[in-house]
Design a protein around this ligand. Structure first.
Ligand code: AHG
Length: 305
């Protein structure tokens, strides 16, 4: 028998305001999926907060999520990777902060590769000063051959749901577990190996050990590979030019850190600082990340010592 997301969240004891907020995040996922299937590709005439050209799909996905968060009447502060400034909403029914990347990896869409949306949820109406441990929940949606939602409510594990024909998420896997070692590795930012001998040696060692590369260029499907198989490591270290890497602490690293952590995995910087211990000092701040099977993350941190 299939179990709807609402029923599932009630069963695991998610309180009603958070359940209702997640309901709106799911609706946003449904509308983004419709938009993707309609295929409005190409560039918009705008740039995002980092000065990168925006695809029409980035802009549309951002608008869909903002609208749903406002409609929820529960989101006091919404912060998007695509917008320079946060948006404040009157939230008569509650007070949550949601940081999100509306369409991570959107440039892969034309090539028919999987892409995703990522959400981190905090209580209250501030993001700056909050740590990863302060998150009450996190989720990502991967738009691929199937549309999947992976969600963690702090302390309640990591679970996967699949979008059905009418756009509703139903439970497919409960309490996903990541084992401590893996045969897979997903090494981002290979440019760093030009000058970073430690990264180069780590990748050589793992290749010589017979490990298998799994890398699509999208953080959501690449981390979902670990979630799906139950083991793996994804890395995006810094390089000489990008000393904090590329990925964003609040929109990407912290939510993924909670999701992988709730499944028994680990997430830290290449210097070994746990992602969830970090606090947000600037909403668009970037952060290097190693995330996945605990022993493999520890091996990678040791390689950078
Ligand atoms: P964007 O947010 O610009 O779509 O970037 C996607 C991210 C992430 O999904 C992926 O892991 C990483 O960028 C890949 O970076 P490179 O461009 O360095 O390959």
């Amino acid at each position: 028998m299939t179990e709807s997301i609402n029923h599932f969240m009630r069963r695991i004891g998610v309180e009603s305001d958070l359940r209702s907020l997640i309901y709106h995040i799911c609706r946003a996922g449904k509308y983004i999926n419709f938009t993707l299937r309609a295929g409005h590709t190409g560039y918009s005439e705008t740039e995002n907060a980092s000065g990168e050209e925006q695809l029409k799909l980035d802009v549309q996905s951002d608008q869909i999520i903002m609208k749903e968060l406002e409609k929820s009447e529960l989101c006091a502060l919404a912060i998007s990777e695509e917008q320079e400034l946060p948006q404040r909403f009157s939230a008569p029914r509650g007070s949550f902060t949601v940081a999100f990347d509306p369409l991570d990896g959107s440039s892969l869409f034309d090539a028919n590769l999987s892409i995703g949306s990522i959400f981190g949820i905090w209580e209250g109406d501030e993001l700056v000063g909050q740590t990863g441990h302060d998150m009450v929940g996190a989720a990502y949606i991967v738009y691929g051959p199937r549309v999947l939602l992976v969600i963690s409510i702090k302390g309640s594990g990591t679970h996967e749901l699949e979008m059905n024909d009418v756009g509703e998420f139903v439970l497919t896997r409960e309490n996903i577990e990541i084992t401590s070692t893996s045969k897979y590795f997903s090494p981002g930012n290979l440019r760093a190996t030009i000058s970073d001998e430690k990264y180069r040696k780590l990748l050589n060692d793992w290749t010589n050990d017979g490990r298998t590369l799994r890398y699509s260029g999208g953080m959501v499907p690449d981390i979902h590979h670990t979630i799906s198989k139950g083991h793996g490591i994804f890395m995006y270290p810094p390089d000489e030019k990008h000393t904090s890497g590329k990925l964003r602490l609040a929109f990407e690293c912290m939510p993924m850190g909670l999701i992988v952590g709730e499944a028994g995995g680990a997430a830290c910087t290449h210097a070994g600082q746990p992602i969830l211990d970090m606090s947000v000092s600037e909403i668009h701040q970037r952060c290097p990340i190693l995330i996945g099977s605990t022993d493999d993350v520890a091996t990678a941190v040791a390689a950078w010592k």
